[in-house]
Design a protein around this ligand. Structure first.
Ligand code: AMP
Length: 190
């Protein structure tokens, strides 16, 4: 199985780039942001709890995202592989992912980290906010908080994957196609 962690700050283009990787390597896309928004739309208990964090730009509780990921992995044991988009975002989530994949007899193949300037991130998110309608995409202070939380809680994960020689830095500036090419090139060598 090819199990990719697509990593990077909010607005780095993870969702857009995931589409190219899915098409090329026939992977299942697992975006915790999308899964949480579906839970919110369905007004489930998990969705209602997660919404209060997401609307303010904070991370949803680990137990919610881990249990969502767990049920999808258990439903798709024969997949070609997965692309984890926006997950893991904390060290606890990375540990949980390792345990879940170990139970399936397959490890994380690589962590691809998109590097994008902060000004460009804010520009991209505000632009997306016009069409996404997401409350967390429309307010600069919430966007700044999301970037701050990324730097504080999520960025340390690069050390976790780097220690396992699974960390790959990808220049996330440039055209969508250029970035996709860089990603595909790196994944092809895994
Ligand atoms: P995203 O669509 O990846 O930008 O995520 C939007 C929001 O969903 C984030 O700002 C968090 O509040 C929440 N979220 C998404 N993925 C996770 C995760 N792995 N852990 C905790 N919260 C998450």
């Amino acid at each position: 199985m090819l199990n990719l962690v697509l990593f990077g700050p909010p607005g780095a283009g993870k969702g857009t780039q995931a589409d190219f990787l899915i098409e090329k390597f026939k992977l299942i896309h697992l975006s915790t942001g999308d899964l949480l928004r579906s839970q919110i739309a369905a007004k489930t208990e998990m969705g209602i709890e997660a919404k209060s964090y997401m609307d303010r730009g904070f991370l949803a509780p680990d137990w919610i995202v881990i249990s969502m990921i767990k049920s999808i992995l258990q439903e798709n044991v024969n997949a070609n592989g997965y692309i984890f988009d926006g997950f893991p975002r904390t060290v606890e989530q990375a540990w949980a992912l390792d345990v879940l994949l170990e139970e399936m007899g397959t490890p994380v193949s690589g962590m691809l980290c998109l590097i994008v300037d902060k000004d460009e991130l804010i520009k991209r998110i505000l632009l997306r906010g016009i069409t996404s309608g997401r409350p967390d995409d429309q307010d600069v202070s919430i966007i700044e908080n999301r970037i701050h939380i990324y730097n504080e809680k999520t960025l340390p994960l690069t050390n976790y994957y780097s220690a396992q020689n699974k960390y790959f830095k990808i220049d996330g500036m440039g055209s969508v196609e250029e970035i996709a090419h860089r990603l595909i090139d790196t994944v092809s060598k895994l």
